[in-house]
Write a protein that binds this ligand. Structure first.
Ligand code: MG
Length: 208
């Protein structure tokens, strides 16, 4: 069996990290609205968050001390291991490393850096950062291993796309209280979960 886990808002508290990014820019004189508008613009432009591009965008609202901003963001990046949800470490008791695959969507080097700094790479047998529909990557995983697959993800679109292409994959839509994709409901998911606790029975049943 392979258990495929998403990163942002599934095992990583992206919401809390973004609040910390916001505070860095609050200290540099930007309002919350200015921060979130620059964040949205960054997402619209490159479909991702990247600190350097973000800095260029927010710098156009008002000039700021870019070195101080960079230093603040760098210091925060170094602390990313503090933002892994603690239930992930409990989950490791029921899943073996050789079963675990991290599948994260991201286009910039920042995504790779974020995952590395979070310190979770050693817990996975494979780490995939993709820029395409995750269903394509999961189909490749299926063809490569020919084993039962579980996919745990917060984004309804990704879950439903996987279920349409590969109905045999067991999916779990995770709804973290402050996740960014909680409003969209999955039509096809097998399970809806609040965290990674108490999954032992479901996973062991699938192992049989
Ligand atoms: Mg996610």
């Amino acid at each position: 069996m392979k258990i495929i886990l998403d990163f942002d808002d599934t095992i990583f508290n992206t919401f809390r990290v973004m609040q910390e990014f916001r505070k860095i820019f609050n200290r540099l004189g930007f309002t919350d609205d200015e921060f979130w508008s620059a964040y949205q613009q960054c997402k619209n432009n490159i479909n991702d968050f990247n600190p350097d591009i973000f800095l260029d965008i927010i710098g156009k609202i008002r000039p700021c001390d870019k070195n101080k901003a960079k230093e603040g963001m760098q210091n925060l990046t170094e602390k990313f291991s503090n933002y892994i949800f603690s239930d992930f470490f409990c989950f490791l008791n029921i899943a073996k490393k050789e079963e675990l695959i991290l599948l994260s969507h991201g286009l910039s080097d920042f995504q790779k850096n974020k995952i590395e700094k979070s310190g979770i790479i050693p817990y996975f047998s494979e780490v995939i950062i993709t820029s395409r529909d995750k269903a394509e990557d999961i189909e490749e995983i299926k063809n490569k291993y020919n084993e039962k697959l579980i996919f745990i993800e917060d984004k309804a679109e990704s879950i439903d796309s996987v279920k349409k292409r590969l109905p045999e994959v067991t999916t779990m839509k995770i709804i973290r209280p402050q996740g960014r994709h909680i409003e969209r409901k999955s039509e096809l998911t097998n399970y809806i979960i609040q965290d990674l606790f108490r999954l032992e029975d479901i996973i062991n049943n699938l192992r049989d």
